[in-house]
Ligand binder design. Structure first.
Ligand code: NAD
Ligand code: ZN
Length: 372
Protein backbone atom coordinates (compact mmCIF):
# COMPACT_ATOMS: atom_id res chain seq x y z
CA UNK A 1 0.00 0.00 0.00
CA UNK A 2 1.27 3.48 -0.93
CA UNK A 3 1.90 5.91 1.96
CA UNK A 4 -0.96 8.31 2.74
CA UNK A 5 -0.17 12.00 3.08
CA UNK A 6 -2.15 14.49 5.12
CA UNK A 7 -1.22 18.17 5.00
CA UNK A 8 -1.57 20.27 8.14
CA UNK A 9 -1.83 24.03 7.76
CA UNK A 10 -1.35 26.25 10.78
CA UNK A 11 -0.46 29.94 11.15
CA UNK A 12 3.15 29.14 11.96
CA UNK A 13 3.86 26.10 9.81
CA UNK A 14 2.52 23.86 7.05
CA UNK A 15 3.69 20.28 7.28
CA UNK A 16 2.83 16.79 6.07
CA UNK A 17 1.93 13.71 8.09
CA UNK A 18 2.95 10.60 6.20
CA UNK A 19 1.32 7.31 7.17
CA UNK A 20 2.51 3.94 5.87
CA UNK A 21 4.80 0.99 6.40
CA UNK A 22 8.58 0.66 5.92
CA UNK A 23 8.95 4.44 5.86
CA UNK A 24 11.98 4.52 8.14
CA UNK A 25 14.30 2.96 5.58
CA UNK A 26 13.29 5.74 3.15
CA UNK A 27 13.71 8.52 5.73
CA UNK A 28 16.22 10.60 3.74
CA UNK A 29 14.28 10.25 0.51
CA UNK A 30 11.04 11.32 2.21
CA UNK A 31 12.76 14.43 3.64
CA UNK A 32 13.93 15.37 0.17
CA UNK A 33 10.49 14.82 -1.36
CA UNK A 34 9.14 17.23 1.24
CA UNK A 35 11.85 19.87 0.64
CA UNK A 36 13.35 19.30 4.08
CA UNK A 37 17.11 19.45 4.39
CA UNK A 38 19.63 19.78 7.22
CA UNK A 39 23.25 18.91 7.91
CA UNK A 40 23.32 17.69 11.48
CA UNK A 41 20.61 15.93 13.41
CA UNK A 42 20.12 14.75 16.96
CA UNK A 43 17.83 11.75 17.30
CA UNK A 44 16.09 11.49 20.67
CA UNK A 45 14.91 7.91 20.87
CA UNK A 46 12.80 5.99 23.35
CA UNK A 47 14.86 3.10 24.78
CA UNK A 48 11.99 0.69 24.18
CA UNK A 49 11.91 1.24 20.42
CA UNK A 50 13.54 -1.82 18.80
CA UNK A 51 17.15 -1.10 17.82
CA UNK A 52 16.70 -2.30 14.22
CA UNK A 53 14.80 0.92 13.46
CA UNK A 54 17.75 3.02 14.67
CA UNK A 55 20.09 1.06 12.44
CA UNK A 56 17.73 1.65 9.50
CA UNK A 57 17.38 5.37 10.07
CA UNK A 58 21.15 5.80 10.51
CA UNK A 59 21.69 3.96 7.24
CA UNK A 60 19.25 6.22 5.47
CA UNK A 61 20.86 9.35 6.97
CA UNK A 62 24.38 8.30 5.93
CA UNK A 63 25.06 11.71 4.34
CA UNK A 64 24.24 13.57 7.57
CA UNK A 65 26.12 13.99 10.80
CA UNK A 66 23.97 11.99 13.23
CA UNK A 67 23.96 12.08 17.05
CA UNK A 68 21.76 9.89 19.23
CA UNK A 69 20.31 10.44 22.68
CA UNK A 70 18.56 7.46 24.29
CA UNK A 71 15.67 8.35 26.57
CA UNK A 72 13.87 6.25 29.17
CA UNK A 73 10.33 7.48 28.48
CA UNK A 74 8.07 7.71 31.49
CA UNK A 75 6.08 10.50 33.14
CA UNK A 76 8.73 10.97 35.88
CA UNK A 77 11.46 11.58 33.29
CA UNK A 78 9.26 14.01 31.34
CA UNK A 79 10.96 16.91 33.08
CA UNK A 80 13.72 19.56 32.90
CA UNK A 81 16.79 17.28 33.24
CA UNK A 82 16.10 15.64 29.86
CA UNK A 83 15.49 19.08 28.27
CA UNK A 84 18.85 20.26 29.67
CA UNK A 85 20.55 17.14 28.40
CA UNK A 86 19.17 17.65 24.87
CA UNK A 87 20.02 21.37 24.84
CA UNK A 88 23.53 20.68 26.17
CA UNK A 89 24.20 18.14 23.44
CA UNK A 90 22.90 20.51 20.74
CA UNK A 91 25.05 23.38 22.03
CA UNK A 92 28.18 21.33 22.55
CA UNK A 93 27.92 19.92 19.01
CA UNK A 94 27.40 23.42 17.57
CA UNK A 95 23.93 22.82 16.17
CA UNK A 96 22.25 25.72 14.38
CA UNK A 97 18.57 26.49 13.94
CA UNK A 98 18.76 24.95 10.46
CA UNK A 99 19.82 21.60 11.90
CA UNK A 100 17.21 19.10 13.00
CA UNK A 101 15.95 17.39 16.13
CA UNK A 102 14.27 14.06 15.43
CA UNK A 103 12.02 12.37 17.98
CA UNK A 104 11.50 8.61 17.73
CA UNK A 105 9.11 7.42 20.40
CA UNK A 106 5.66 7.82 21.89
CA UNK A 107 3.88 10.91 23.16
CA UNK A 108 6.33 11.44 26.01
CA UNK A 109 9.40 11.48 23.76
CA UNK A 110 7.58 13.66 21.20
CA UNK A 111 6.40 16.19 23.80
CA UNK A 112 9.87 16.45 25.37
CA UNK A 113 11.75 16.69 22.06
CA UNK A 114 9.26 19.17 20.59
CA UNK A 115 9.66 21.39 23.63
CA UNK A 116 13.48 21.23 23.43
CA UNK A 117 13.32 22.03 19.68
CA UNK A 118 11.04 25.00 20.34
CA UNK A 119 13.40 26.67 22.79
CA UNK A 120 16.74 25.83 21.18
CA UNK A 121 17.85 29.14 19.64
CA UNK A 122 14.12 30.06 19.65
CA UNK A 123 13.18 27.17 17.41
CA UNK A 124 15.01 24.60 15.27
CA UNK A 125 13.85 22.09 12.67
CA UNK A 126 11.88 19.25 14.20
CA UNK A 127 10.72 15.87 12.83
CA UNK A 128 8.39 13.71 14.86
CA UNK A 129 8.42 9.94 14.30
CA UNK A 130 5.64 8.66 16.59
CA UNK A 131 6.00 5.00 17.56
CA UNK A 132 2.87 4.35 19.66
CA UNK A 133 -0.70 4.23 18.39
CA UNK A 134 -1.62 7.12 20.70
CA UNK A 135 1.15 9.32 19.37
CA UNK A 136 0.35 8.43 15.75
CA UNK A 137 -3.34 9.33 16.06
CA UNK A 138 -3.17 12.13 18.61
CA UNK A 139 -0.11 13.68 20.26
CA UNK A 140 1.98 14.14 17.08
CA UNK A 141 -0.69 16.44 15.59
CA UNK A 142 -1.41 19.91 16.84
CA UNK A 143 1.91 21.23 18.08
CA UNK A 144 1.47 20.94 21.82
CA UNK A 145 4.80 20.20 23.47
CA UNK A 146 5.77 20.09 27.11
CA UNK A 147 6.97 18.54 30.31
CA UNK A 148 5.53 17.80 33.75
CA UNK A 149 6.12 19.69 36.98
CA UNK A 150 5.69 18.74 40.60
CA UNK A 151 2.46 20.79 40.37
CA UNK A 152 0.97 18.59 37.69
CA UNK A 153 1.20 17.06 34.22
CA UNK A 154 2.09 19.07 31.08
CA UNK A 155 2.12 22.39 32.93
CA UNK A 156 5.26 23.71 31.21
CA UNK A 157 5.41 23.82 27.44
CA UNK A 158 4.90 25.57 24.15
CA UNK A 159 2.96 25.38 20.91
CA UNK A 160 5.48 24.32 18.28
CA UNK A 161 4.67 22.65 14.96
CA UNK A 162 7.03 20.05 13.48
CA UNK A 163 8.37 20.18 9.91
CA UNK A 164 7.28 16.61 9.28
CA UNK A 165 5.50 13.71 11.01
CA UNK A 166 6.34 10.19 9.87
CA UNK A 167 3.96 7.50 11.12
CA UNK A 168 5.32 4.07 10.31
CA UNK A 169 2.90 1.30 11.33
CA UNK A 170 5.80 -1.17 11.69
CA UNK A 171 6.65 0.44 15.03
CA UNK A 172 3.31 -0.67 16.44
CA UNK A 173 4.18 -4.38 16.19
CA UNK A 174 6.36 -4.29 19.31
CA UNK A 175 3.88 -2.27 21.39
CA UNK A 176 2.31 -3.94 24.44
CA UNK A 177 -1.44 -4.67 23.99
CA UNK A 178 -2.40 -2.12 26.66
CA UNK A 179 -0.64 0.63 24.72
CA UNK A 180 -2.68 -0.25 21.63
CA UNK A 181 -5.84 0.06 23.74
CA UNK A 182 -4.61 3.43 24.96
CA UNK A 183 -4.42 4.72 21.38
CA UNK A 184 -7.80 3.22 20.57
CA UNK A 185 -9.41 5.32 23.31
CA UNK A 186 -8.33 8.51 21.54
CA UNK A 187 -9.41 7.18 18.12
CA UNK A 188 -12.86 6.44 19.52
CA UNK A 189 -12.96 9.92 21.06
CA UNK A 190 -12.23 11.49 17.66
CA UNK A 191 -15.10 9.59 16.06
CA UNK A 192 -17.54 10.56 18.81
CA UNK A 193 -16.78 14.28 18.64
CA UNK A 194 -16.73 14.59 14.88
CA UNK A 195 -17.75 11.75 12.63
CA UNK A 196 -20.65 9.33 12.91
CA UNK A 197 -19.57 7.42 9.80
CA UNK A 198 -16.12 6.85 11.32
CA UNK A 199 -17.75 5.58 14.52
CA UNK A 200 -19.68 2.96 12.51
CA UNK A 201 -16.44 2.03 10.71
CA UNK A 202 -14.77 1.53 14.11
CA UNK A 203 -17.69 -0.48 15.42
CA UNK A 204 -17.41 -2.81 12.44
CA UNK A 205 -13.62 -3.09 12.34
CA UNK A 206 -12.50 -2.78 15.94
CA UNK A 207 -10.99 -6.28 16.16
CA UNK A 208 -8.95 -5.81 13.00
CA UNK A 209 -7.80 -2.43 14.28
CA UNK A 210 -6.66 -3.83 17.60
CA UNK A 211 -4.82 -6.58 15.69
CA UNK A 212 -3.13 -3.86 13.58
CA UNK A 213 -4.33 -5.45 10.39
CA UNK A 214 -3.37 -3.57 7.23
CA UNK A 215 -4.85 -1.60 5.37
CA UNK A 216 -7.55 -1.04 8.05
CA UNK A 217 -5.01 0.25 10.57
CA UNK A 218 -3.60 2.83 8.10
CA UNK A 219 -7.11 4.04 7.25
CA UNK A 220 -7.98 4.30 10.95
CA UNK A 221 -4.84 6.32 11.73
CA UNK A 222 -5.52 8.57 8.74
CA UNK A 223 -9.17 9.24 9.65
CA UNK A 224 -8.26 9.91 13.25
CA UNK A 225 -5.48 12.35 12.27
CA UNK A 226 -7.89 14.05 9.85
CA UNK A 227 -10.33 14.81 12.67
CA UNK A 228 -7.62 16.24 14.91
CA UNK A 229 -6.34 18.23 11.90
CA UNK A 230 -9.76 19.81 11.30
CA UNK A 231 -9.97 20.85 14.94
CA UNK A 232 -6.43 22.20 15.42
CA UNK A 233 -6.42 24.05 12.10
CA UNK A 234 -9.51 25.96 13.20
CA UNK A 235 -8.22 26.60 16.71
CA UNK A 236 -4.45 26.19 17.02
CA UNK A 237 -4.13 27.72 20.51
CA UNK A 238 -7.20 26.16 22.21
CA UNK A 239 -9.29 29.32 22.35
CA UNK A 240 -12.53 27.42 21.91
CA UNK A 241 -13.22 24.58 19.44
CA UNK A 242 -10.08 22.63 20.38
CA UNK A 243 -11.66 22.03 23.77
CA UNK A 244 -13.78 19.28 22.17
CA UNK A 245 -10.63 17.16 22.20
CA UNK A 246 -11.02 17.06 25.97
CA UNK A 247 -14.09 14.85 25.68
CA UNK A 248 -13.77 12.20 28.41
CA UNK A 249 -10.60 13.87 29.71
CA UNK A 250 -11.90 15.95 32.63
CA UNK A 251 -13.22 12.79 34.26
CA UNK A 252 -10.31 10.74 32.87
CA UNK A 253 -7.58 13.01 34.25
CA UNK A 254 -9.27 13.01 37.65
CA UNK A 255 -9.37 9.20 37.58
CA UNK A 256 -5.65 9.00 36.73
CA UNK A 257 -4.74 11.55 39.39
CA UNK A 258 -6.91 9.87 42.05
CA UNK A 259 -4.89 6.67 41.58
CA UNK A 260 -1.63 8.67 41.71
CA UNK A 261 -0.97 7.90 38.03
CA UNK A 262 -0.54 4.26 38.96
CA UNK A 263 0.32 1.79 36.18
CA UNK A 264 -2.93 0.01 37.03
CA UNK A 265 -4.81 2.58 34.96
CA UNK A 266 -3.01 4.20 32.05
CA UNK A 267 -4.10 7.38 30.26
CA UNK A 268 -6.07 5.76 27.44
CA UNK A 269 -7.87 3.45 29.85
CA UNK A 270 -8.74 6.43 32.06
CA UNK A 271 -10.05 8.26 28.98
CA UNK A 272 -12.26 5.30 28.06
CA UNK A 273 -13.69 5.33 31.60
CA UNK A 274 -13.96 9.13 31.42
CA UNK A 275 -15.88 8.97 28.14
CA UNK A 276 -18.31 6.46 29.64
CA UNK A 277 -18.88 8.82 32.55
CA UNK A 278 -19.36 11.83 30.26
CA UNK A 279 -21.77 9.80 28.09
CA UNK A 280 -23.79 8.74 31.12
CA UNK A 281 -23.93 12.34 32.32
CA UNK A 282 -25.00 13.51 28.84
CA UNK A 283 -27.73 10.88 28.82
CA UNK A 284 -28.90 11.76 32.35
CA UNK A 285 -29.19 15.40 31.35
CA UNK A 286 -31.30 14.29 28.34
CA UNK A 287 -28.75 15.78 25.96
CA UNK A 288 -27.94 12.45 24.35
CA UNK A 289 -30.67 10.11 23.11
CA UNK A 290 -30.99 6.52 24.29
CA UNK A 291 -30.18 5.01 20.90
CA UNK A 292 -26.80 6.73 20.52
CA UNK A 293 -26.01 6.26 24.21
CA UNK A 294 -26.57 2.51 23.96
CA UNK A 295 -24.73 2.21 20.66
CA UNK A 296 -21.59 3.74 22.15
CA UNK A 297 -21.78 2.02 25.54
CA UNK A 298 -22.30 -1.36 23.86
CA UNK A 299 -19.30 -0.68 21.65
CA UNK A 300 -17.10 0.17 24.63
CA UNK A 301 -18.37 -2.77 26.65
CA UNK A 302 -17.65 -5.15 23.77
CA UNK A 303 -13.97 -4.15 23.75
CA UNK A 304 -11.72 -6.59 25.51
CA UNK A 305 -10.18 -3.61 27.28
CA UNK A 306 -10.35 -2.01 30.67
CA UNK A 307 -13.81 -0.50 30.60
CA UNK A 308 -15.40 -0.90 33.96
CA UNK A 309 -15.19 1.85 36.57
CA UNK A 310 -16.02 -0.38 39.55
CA UNK A 311 -12.73 -2.27 39.10
CA UNK A 312 -10.96 0.92 40.19
CA UNK A 313 -13.24 3.20 42.16
CA UNK A 314 -15.86 3.08 44.86
CA UNK A 315 -17.79 5.96 46.35
CA UNK A 316 -14.88 6.41 48.79
CA UNK A 317 -13.02 8.16 45.96
CA UNK A 318 -15.77 10.72 45.40
CA UNK A 319 -14.07 13.71 47.06
CA UNK A 320 -10.67 12.90 45.60
CA UNK A 321 -12.09 12.74 42.08
CA UNK A 322 -13.98 16.01 42.57
CA UNK A 323 -10.86 17.67 43.96
CA UNK A 324 -8.88 16.81 40.84
CA UNK A 325 -11.75 17.87 38.58
CA UNK A 326 -11.78 21.37 40.11
CA UNK A 327 -7.96 21.55 39.84
CA UNK A 328 -8.03 20.85 36.08
CA UNK A 329 -6.01 23.58 34.33
CA UNK A 330 -8.78 24.03 31.79
CA UNK A 331 -11.17 25.42 34.41
CA UNK A 332 -11.18 29.19 34.64
CA UNK A 333 -13.60 29.48 37.56
CA UNK A 334 -14.68 27.33 40.49
CA UNK A 335 -17.22 25.72 38.19
CA UNK A 336 -16.27 22.58 36.32
CA UNK A 337 -16.28 22.81 32.56
CA UNK A 338 -17.20 19.61 30.73
CA UNK A 339 -17.44 18.48 27.12
CA UNK A 340 -20.62 16.46 26.67
CA UNK A 341 -22.22 14.72 23.70
CA UNK A 342 -25.51 15.63 21.96
CA UNK A 343 -25.26 12.80 19.45
CA UNK A 344 -22.49 10.81 17.81
CA UNK A 345 -20.40 13.42 16.01
CA UNK A 346 -21.87 16.42 17.88
CA UNK A 347 -20.21 17.55 21.09
CA UNK A 348 -21.25 20.36 23.38
CA UNK A 349 -18.51 22.57 24.81
CA UNK A 350 -18.30 25.25 27.47
CA UNK A 351 -20.97 23.69 29.61
CA UNK A 352 -20.20 24.54 33.23
CA UNK A 353 -21.43 22.70 36.29
CA UNK A 354 -21.26 23.47 39.97
CA UNK A 355 -19.21 21.11 42.09
CA UNK A 356 -22.37 20.23 43.97
CA UNK A 357 -24.30 19.14 40.90
CA UNK A 358 -21.43 16.92 39.80
CA UNK A 359 -21.09 15.52 43.30
CA UNK A 360 -24.69 14.28 43.22
CA UNK A 361 -24.18 12.69 39.81
CA UNK A 362 -20.83 11.08 40.68
CA UNK A 363 -22.15 9.83 43.99
CA UNK A 364 -24.84 7.87 42.14
CA UNK A 365 -22.45 6.87 39.38
CA UNK A 366 -19.87 5.43 41.72
CA UNK A 367 -22.62 3.58 43.60
CA UNK A 368 -23.61 2.09 40.27
CA UNK A 369 -27.07 3.61 40.31
CA UNK A 370 -26.83 5.08 36.82
CA UNK A 371 -27.60 3.35 33.59
CA UNK A 372 -24.36 2.16 32.06
P1 NAD B 1 4.71 6.87 25.95
O1 NAD B 1 5.53 7.79 25.16
O2 NAD B 1 5.00 6.74 27.39
O3 NAD B 1 4.81 5.40 25.34
C1 NAD B 1 4.14 4.35 25.98
C2 NAD B 1 5.08 3.17 26.29
O4 NAD B 1 5.41 2.49 25.09
C3 NAD B 1 6.39 3.58 26.92
O5 NAD B 1 6.74 2.61 27.87
C4 NAD B 1 7.37 3.53 25.75
O6 NAD B 1 8.69 3.32 26.17
C5 NAD B 1 6.83 2.40 24.95
N1 NAD B 1 7.07 2.41 23.50
C6 NAD B 1 7.03 3.47 22.66
N2 NAD B 1 7.17 3.07 21.39
C7 NAD B 1 7.33 1.73 21.43
C8 NAD B 1 7.48 0.73 20.43
N3 NAD B 1 7.47 1.02 19.13
N4 NAD B 1 7.60 -0.57 20.84
C9 NAD B 1 7.56 -0.89 22.15
N5 NAD B 1 7.38 0.00 23.13
C10 NAD B 1 7.27 1.29 22.78
O7 NAD B 1 3.16 7.16 25.86
P2 NAD B 1 2.11 7.58 24.74
O8 NAD B 1 0.87 6.86 25.09
O9 NAD B 1 2.62 7.44 23.36
O10 NAD B 1 1.92 9.13 25.02
C11 NAD B 1 1.45 9.61 26.24
C12 NAD B 1 2.03 10.98 26.46
O11 NAD B 1 1.58 11.83 25.41
C13 NAD B 1 1.59 11.62 27.76
O12 NAD B 1 2.72 12.17 28.41
C14 NAD B 1 0.62 12.70 27.33
O13 NAD B 1 0.65 13.82 28.18
C15 NAD B 1 1.13 13.05 25.95
N6 NAD B 1 0.10 13.57 25.05
C16 NAD B 1 0.40 14.70 24.37
C17 NAD B 1 -0.53 15.23 23.48
C18 NAD B 1 -0.17 16.45 22.69
O14 NAD B 1 -1.06 17.02 22.05
N7 NAD B 1 1.06 16.87 22.69
C19 NAD B 1 -1.77 14.60 23.29
C20 NAD B 1 -2.03 13.44 24.00
C21 NAD B 1 -1.07 12.91 24.87
ZN1 ZN C 1 -5.74 11.85 25.89
Amino acid sequence: MKPIKLKIKTKTQNYPIIIGSNLISKFSQINKQNSLSFNKCLIVVDKNVPKKFITEIKKSLKKNEVFICFFKANETNKNFPIINKILDTLLSKNFSREDCLISIGGGITGDVSGFAASIFKRGMKFINVPTTLLSQVDSSIGGKTGINSSHGKNLIGSFYQPNLVLSDINFLKSLPKREIACGYGEILKHSLINDRKFFHFLDKNVNKILQLSSPIIEKTIYESCKIKKIVVEKDEKEKNLRKILNFGHTFGHAYEASLNYSKKLNHGEAVILGMKTALTYSFNLKLLNKRDFELIINHINSLKLTNSIDKFFTVKYLNKILFFMTKDKKNKSQKISLVLLKKIGSPLINKEFSKNKLKIFLNNYLRNKNLD
